[in-house]
Design a protein around this ligand. Sequence first.
Ligand code: NAD
Length: 260
Amino acid sequence: MTDKFLQGRRAIVTGSTSGIGHGVAEALAAAGADVVLNSFTDTEADHRQAADLGAKHGVTVTYIKADMSKADECRALIEKAGGCDILVNNAGIQHVAKIEDFPVEKWNAILAINLSSAFHTTAAALPGMYAKGWGRVINIASAHGLTASPFKGAYVAAKHGVVGFTKVTALEAAGKGITANAICPGYVLTPLVEAQIPDQMKTHNMDRETVIREVMLERQPSRQFATTEEIGGTAVFLCSDAAAQITGTTISVDGGWTAL
Ligand code: NAD
């Protein structure tokens, strides 16, 4: 696998203006892929971020707005990009509440963004991959695609759904040069997670390091966050020839969470 082995491939990464999505987009760009960044906003900063990433790695990076909670916008994203060789379904949100208190609109939004969007983008992307005889579908699930936690009913249901849908995608595409896999990260220090630390410090009256180790990473035996670079590296590996027969499975990047 040469440094720029993805030259000539086009990757679409949903929800990629920050966090894991951006880390995956950057890793794919560094491996030579042209990349489409996506989120639901359409600001000058979104387009500048894409241009900067492209300039940094000498590839074409564009930004396409599409709200992953809307079926037609998910499908339009693939069309506007002109199809893709690598599809990374990453956009996701979270809400934490007891089942009996869980707001219906939050349940619907989480199922739409974290699960149904992957169906719509995959449905729109597969015909182009079949025509080329090559493709990679990478779904960013979660340790919560394999295990559960209380108060995360919608998220856990959606992520288990993503794992199941990944298997079906792999079976339908088997033998056609296309693989579909789910990466299951444990806790990753993204802006979303970083923002929770000050509140946790107050609630538990602990310093930053103790909150991270004892509260946030309580289920992660390494007691270390996974990084966006590690998730990106895993995605790049799944795009390599070495991973051609890895399909329909999950790869945990969780510091041992699911070994417990
Ligand atoms: P993040 O909030 O940093 O990034 C989420 C991205 O999704 C952003 O770019 C945001 O703009 C985009 N997004 C949100 N709603 C959208 C919508 N309706 N349409 C289009 N884009 C939308 O979050 P993150 O932590 O990087 O999470 C990314 C993915 O990784 C999610 O699917 C999440 O469930 C999963 N994940 C995260 C962790 C973690 O610890 N951070 C662990 C396991 C799995």
